[in-house]
Design a protein around this ligand. Structure first.
Ligand SMILES: [Zn+2]
Length: 306
């Protein structure tokens, strides 16, 4: 078959493909593709831009973003992206590799930019370097919302005003949620504001809201605690009069169940720190995640039966 014939044969099909979505959408500009590195940032994009963007989330719900392994289809998503939204502070080393390997030249917004990070080892964990989990402080989450809103506005000028307004409304909701968290924590006697969970993701929450977290793992998920670390934690649990521990994140259940058994305390549910739940789970969005966590933490810290 000759080249001119091939081109002619392809034309009617192309025209058909182009015509049907165009009619359905009338004058609407094409929706930009926005890639978010993990589920919490994906929800923030959704809260600001709604259905005006095609959202692709790389490390989706119930996925450990620290240890995420992108598939070839994810590289394809990056190639077509008008904006890539990442956390930064070493949270997604795999994304930097993906951006390099795809040669992505488009805009990348780092949600944590402008924040002075805590050190991971300040929380008593075993990680080093900056602590990436800034969203656990709702003051800093507001900064994420504004930064993502501004990056979206620069990508699509025709929607810039609407997205800036939506970002500011979202930040206001997060400010109200911050006030609610402080009210809830204030109902717990200060000496009882201690929580045991599996991965050290709550350093910013601890600093913002005055709660002490004890964790048998460092700030990077996936590490197994040593016998000596577990023994030290059990001594702390007994000294603080703690009656419950919490599961956090995929894969931590076995560690915490063993710890609870050894320490003679109960496992009081699953906290969400780095990932959202599935849409029908208890933490389908970031705000729902914060409310879910507080709903587990406050009664346990107050010593109410679970
Ligand atoms: Zn984490």
């Amino acid at each position: 078959m000759t080249a001119p014939l091939t081109r002619r044969a392809a034309l009617p099909l192309l025209a058909l493909l182009a015509a049907s979505p165009a009619r359905a959408r009338a004058q609407a500009p094409p929706r930009p593709v926005v890639v978010a590195s993990f589920s919490i940032l994906g929800d923030m994009v959704r809260q600001i831009a709604g259905e005006d963007v095609v959202l692709r989330v790389l490390a989706g719900p119930e996925t450990d973003a620290h240890a995420f392994q992108p598939r070839p289809s994810e590289a394809e998503a990056i190639r077509g992206a008008a904006l890539v939204v990442r956390n930064g502070l070493g949270f997604e080393p795999w994304l930097d590799r993906l951006l390099r390997s795809t040669g992505h030249q488009g805009p990348v917004v780092t949600a944590s930019e402008g924040i002075t990070p805590r050190r991971a080892d300040q929380a008593g964990g075993h990680g080093h370097g900056p602590d990436p989990h800034c969203w656990q402080d709702l003051g800093l989450a507001q900064s994420y919302a504004r930064r993502i809103g501004e990056a979206l506005a620069l990508v699509e000028p025709t929607r810039a005003a609407a997205w800036r307004e939506a970002a500011s409304g979202y930040a206001a909701r997060l400010a109200a949620l911050d006030a609610w968290v402080r009210e809830r924590i204030a109902t717990v006697p200060p000496e009882r504001r201690v929580v045991v969970t599996s991965h050290d993701a709550f350093g910013y929450f601890a600093a913002a809201y005055g709660v002490r977290f004890l964790a048998p793992q460092g700030a990077s998920a996936g590490a197994q605690p040593s016998a000596a670390q577990v023994a030290a934690l059990i001594r702390q649990i007994r000294a603080a009069g703690i009656s419950a521990v919490f599961i956090e994140g995929p894969g931590s259940q076995a560690v915490m169940q063993r710890l609870a058994r050894d320490a003679g305390v109960t496992v009081r549910g699953r906290l969400y720190a780095d990932t959202l739940s599935a849409p029908d789970g208890p933490a389908p969005g970031f705000e729902a995640m914060v409310r879910h966590n507080l709903g587990l933490l406050v009664p346990a810290m107050r010593g109410e039966p679970g």
